[in-house]
Design a protein around this ligand. Sequence first.
Ligand code: NAP
Length: 552
Amino acid sequence: MIPRQQPPASRESAPDAIVVGAGFAGIHMLWKLQTLGFTAVLLEAESDVGGCWYANRYPGARCDVESFAYSYSFSREIEDEWRWTERYPTQAEIQRYQGFVVDRLNLRNRIRFSSRVVTASYAEEAGRWAIKCEDGTAYSSTHLFLATGPLTVPRMPEIAGIDTFSGESYHTARWPKRGVNLTGKRVGLIGTGSSGTQLIPAVTDVVERLYVFVRTPNYVTPARNYPLTQEHRDYWIRNREELRRLCRRSEVGGGGDVLTFEKLRWKRGLDSKALSNEQQQEIMAECWEAGGPAPLIYAFKDVYSDPVVNELVSSFIRSKISEVIQDAEVLETLTPAGYPFLAKRPCVADNYYESFTRPNVEAVNLRRHPVKAVTPGGISLVDRDIELDVIVYASGFDAMTGAITSIDIRGRHGISIQQAWRAGPQSYLGMAVAGFPNMFILGGPGSPSVLTNVVATTEFQVDYLGDMLAYAQRAAATVIEAASDAQNKWVTHASQVARGTLFDRADSWYVGANVPGKPRVVLPYAGGSIAYQDACAEVTRDGYRGFVISKS
Ligand code: NAP
């Protein structure tokens, strides 16, 4: 049920809880806190809701999890009233949805926009967090929830002369709200991860020429996006309980491709070694036609962990690329080699490879022709100068930890989160950090986060934390903190699990390799959603084992 009136915060600047970040997780956490009777204020750096979907408004930006699955499951009213229009929702549609949810739940008056949190320190005597925003506004709260997002802090490439460019330049994650006119322009794009691969097909019709600077080519699968009909919606509504349950208990926690999965359900987790080559190829072809990342990832078991099974799928994708790209040089530039499928986050985009068959699109192979510098006129390679009007940087993020470590957070004894995470992020279940009482993280390192449908995974975490707060409340306890030994065990377990996968076989943001000096660890929990949920449930059954829940 959605209450029309929210209880007022006891005091604006001293609520029970502060939530940081108005993306999916933060909005839901705010709602959960209110339903539990806590006063809460949400602080958001930007001027509207959205989180990563506020900032990443580059042409072609859309989610690669199907809209039905990439949505809240906690409110029947919201499910009934909202209409998704496409299989994969665009950035604009997702942001509209988040705005709709916030208004429908009467949460907007609890959100302080343009409030970038810069410091948060725990005052032990008072048992409260002191929080300060960039504009000097101060808050204090018992609980602090960091819903700051795994992909929030953009990274510019380490290229000399970036500031000297005389044309326009943009990062995909800071795309201006007013839009950018690329019509008739010579555009250079650096980065072919999920953002770059989506942007390319969206701009080829308007640019005069697009130079795509490719360092490491990715495995890009087609989305096969389509408009949703009443029939799709009826199917979803009829089956939503079962589909939500399947999502929740899938390896990627809600992953993926709900409608497709229904069609392909029998083709999941097959033992590829028991199939003939012909059968394997037939199944992969069907998955390719279904579109989206999930069918190909889950058709065969052990794609994440067995190099032989992985190579079967990797080489299938390479063969699909060569069906589209005829030119040998372009094919070499765009074909992923030397690392397995999924070691980097898979990219999903319609018409990606097809874009490179157009006369106005050029793939520049940076392995063969490295960049020397950005110059006032464009980009200078070791053997060629390319004149540009616009440079687009789709160069990624300081992922998973960046948004947290960019706040000066101090726990007990003034220890900073940067110090606590010197050797890589340490947490218990990815949700709490020893020495930082009553501070909770949503979608962060040590949890399945980006390896799953983040909306579903953070919904699980919001419910989990809500239950734990209610448990503490019943026990008249005010402090919840991860115990160091439980945290150490979780971190050790997570790294053991990661060693059994292929995630460390590429230099990607999954392991912090894109940020010089960042400790190399597999940042998300690699054991999958089901193992994660089961581990959390076991902790609950043991009376929240590993959390110290106390009166002070
Ligand atoms: P990304 O995956 O980290 O890709 C960054 C790209 O920039 C890579 O191709 C990288 O090349 C290149 N690059 C960085 N520095 C460079 C340099 N100095 N010279 C040349 N190239 C350089 O970033 P992203 O594409 O923004 O995606 C990040 C994540 O956001 C995704 O993995 C995904 O989780 C999420 N996302 C999701 C969606 C969706 O749902 N569809 C859309 C967009 C983003 P190297 O690989 O060689 O380093």
